[in-house]
Design a protein around this ligand. Structure first.
Ligand SMILES: [Zn+2]
Length: 243
């Protein structure tokens, strides 16, 4: 179920960070089996998948956003908040499991376990150019965060993410670290490197727990599966310290 699941203790509580893989759900091929997308007509199985992940994390539900490839950051105050159009969420409320959906884009989890502020970010190509990372870290700091830990989750790697040369030029003009080549020598983008650079420039401590979605059969990949792909999630939840 989890490609990565780590805990971080701080004076404000325990932060749980998780990135899902494709195992442990009920969906059939080609979405087997832990698809966390929001596809219409498959609500029942997707709700079951989402509930299984919530149960494994000890929370009542996962809190999602309506991702729009922009730079909108929302502060969430309740686990029951309906999905809002944004690409990052921040909260200081315990047991709210902020969740980002991905299938090649870069999922990022942010946390200051001492100040009790956590966040998730959907960092695709457009989000990298729109500086969604900086906007998210800035919102965390406005909520009191100081030392921000960041985890970069599974995404399509620079060796696989082929793009037209002009697109590579446009993106790397904004974030030079994005400039890359595929393993077969054509223009590509390294979104992980770009996100890592933006996180470090924003003063975060970065832990890279990524592997390539396109190369790993354990993960969903939009590019590999021609769009007929499930979605994985990056999740963060702040809990009280056990007494
Ligand atoms: Zn790759």
């Amino acid at each position: 179920m989890f490609a990565t699941h780590v805990c971080l203790r701080g004076s404000a509580g325990v932060v749980e960070v998780a990135f899902t893989d494709r195992h442990g759900g009920v969906s059939g091929p080609p979405f087997d089996s832990l698809d966390l997308s929001d596809t219409p007509d498959r609500e029942l199985e997707l709700a079951e998948n989402s509930e299984r992940v919530a149960r494994a994390l000890g929370v009542s539900r996962l809190t999602w956003m309506r991702q729009a490839h922009g730079r909108e950051v929302m502060v969430v105050s309740s686990a029951d908040s309906p999905p809002i159009s944004c690409d990052a969420m921040v909260t200081s409320v315990h047991h709210v499991a902020l969740s980002v959906r991905v299938a090649d884009c870069v999922p990022v989890v942010l946390a200051d376990a001492d100040q009790g502020v956590v966040g998730v970010v959907h960092a695709g190509r457009a989000g990298v150019v729109a500086h969604i990372i900086e906007a998210s870290v800035s919102t965390m700091r406005m909520r009191g965060a100081r030392v921000v830990e960041a985890w970069v989750g599974p995404h399509v790697c620079g060796g696989c993410y082929e793009v037209p040369a002009q697109m590579r030029d446009e993106v790397s003009a904004v974030v030079p670290a994005a400039y890359s080549c595929t393993t077969w020598g054509s223009p590509s983008l390294d979104l992980g490197a770009a996100v890592g650079r933006q996180l470090m420039d924003a003063g975060c401590r970065v832990t890279d727990v990524s592997s390539c979605t396109l190369e790993s059969p354990e993960l969903f990949s939009f590019r590999r599966d021609s769009g007929d792909s499930g979605r994985s999630a990056g999740i963060v939840v702040l809990k009280e310290l056990a007494v």
